[in-house]
Write a protein that binds this ligand. Structure first.
Ligand code: GLN
Length: 378
């Protein structure tokens, strides 16, 4: 067939995961926990199945979960989303991104996003017949050049996609970023799509800059987040979207035909988990300790570690001791040292190679320590 995405291959997370399995490598690549969620959560899903919650959930999500979420978001960020019309439970944040872009971006529109970037944004935009406009974050510090964003905005700009905490650079937006974003979109009809799946994984006492914290931005934003990242259940494929009613009405039109509704028993289990604030408020400290454990274990390596301010990730620069392409370097680490990571070039559409790899520390301590020991041999 004539490909709609001729330049897109299999996602890097699948490619590296298969290589890791083939060489029996320790896997520090995909941002997914290799440890178990709270047993009470698993029991909650099993109990929901036994109680008979095995058929379609309501299209917008189980009401109790939407209400618990609206309460949580208001408590944490100040914006009250109406559980009926402004909160939708989706079958993964990935589906939420797809449904949102597909519902709101027309063919011929332009969508601005930042690279390095999670790999799905640009392909989803292009599948709408729209143009994905990449703006590169600053080298090594990965800040947004807001003057470049201002210059890229045109009458066709329909959406700006942001992601904080940021995958893969582990940077976070600060108040300056919010002020610049607010000023740029003010008076336009640009929608902000805010991928906040690492919202509870922000380090060193910093504040997560949710769009739901800023009333003016919340009015024009779709917030997409993930229960998988927050509750250690990435395989459950349950996430959510928050948006003003007029945007949400359009998003639901697409969501209903993509999957109709998300998994029912998982939604009941997550509704119970949300009643327990420790299930998410302790997450930053939990991952901050893992970040520090990995960084400490790599201190004697030849890598230059870049600061990780949020997310499950840390970037490590090897250009100081090797001129290899990052993808070759990663393959060699898998084959020779049996440790899997992600080459940063995979997050650039032009494949820019800066001699940097991405490590995930969403792993048990033994895996982090042994992974670092192997990386110290590089
Ligand atoms: N978000 C995760 C990562 O960046 C994995 C997502 C995926 O495998 N689709 O590693």
């Amino acid at each position: 067939p004539r490909s709609k995405l001729p330049d897109v291959g299999t996602t890097i997370f699948t490619v590296i995961g298969q290589l890791a399995a083939q060489y029996d490598a320790l896997n520090l690549s995909q941002g997914a926990p290799n440890f178990a969620p709270d047993p009470a959560l698993v029991e909650g899903a099993a109990a929901a199945m036994r109680r008979g919650h095995n058929q379609y959930a309501p299209m917008a999500g189980v009401a109790r979960l939407r209400e618990a979420l609206a309460d949580k978001v208001e408590r944490l960020y100040g914006t009250r989303y109406d559980a009926d019309g402004e909160v939708t439970i989706v079958a993964s944040a990935s589906e939420g991104l797809y449904a949102t872009i597909s519902a709101l971006v027309h063919s011929g529109d332009e969508v601005i996003y930042f690279e390095p970037s999670f790999d799905s944004y640009a392909p989803i935009v292009r599948l709408q017949g729209a143009q994905a406009i990449a703006i590169k974050l600053s080298p090594l510090t990965f800040r947004v050049d807001w003057d470049a964003v201002a210059a890229a905005i045109s009458p066709r700009t329909r959406m700006i996609i942001i992601n904080t905490p940021h995958n893969p650079s582990a940077t976070i937006f600060d108040e300056h970023d919010i002020a610049r974003l607010k000023a740029l979109v003010d008076g336009t009809d640009i929608v902000v799509l805010s991928d906040e799946v690492y919202e509870h994984v922000v380090f060193d006492g910093a504040t997560h800059q949710s769009m739901a914290r800023h009333a003016q931005l919340a009015q024009r934003s779709v917030v997409v987040s993930s229960f998988g990242k927050t509750h250690h259940v990435t395989g459950w494929r349950v996430g959510y979207c928050l948006a003003p009613a007029e945007l949400m009405t359009e998003i639901r039109k697409v969501h209903q035909f993509m999957v109709f509704s998300a998994d029912t028993p998982m939604q009941y289990a997550l509704a119970d988990a949300l009643a327990e604030p420790n299930s998410y408020l302790g997450l930053a400290a939990f991952y901050e300790r893992k970040r520090d454990l990995l960084a400490g274990a790599l201190a004697s390596s030849r890598f230059e570690l870049l600061p990780s301010r949020g997310s499950f990730f840390m970037l490590a620069r090897f250009r100081g001791f090797s001129d290899e392409r990052d993808s070759d370097f990663v393959q060699r680490l898998i084959r020779d040292l049996r440790v899997a990571t992600i080459p940063l070039s995979a997050f650039y559409t032009d494949g820019a190679d800066t001699g940097v790899i991405r490590l995930s520390f969403s792993k048990d301590d033994a895996t982090l320590i042994e992974g670092a020991r192997r990386l110290c041999e590089a």
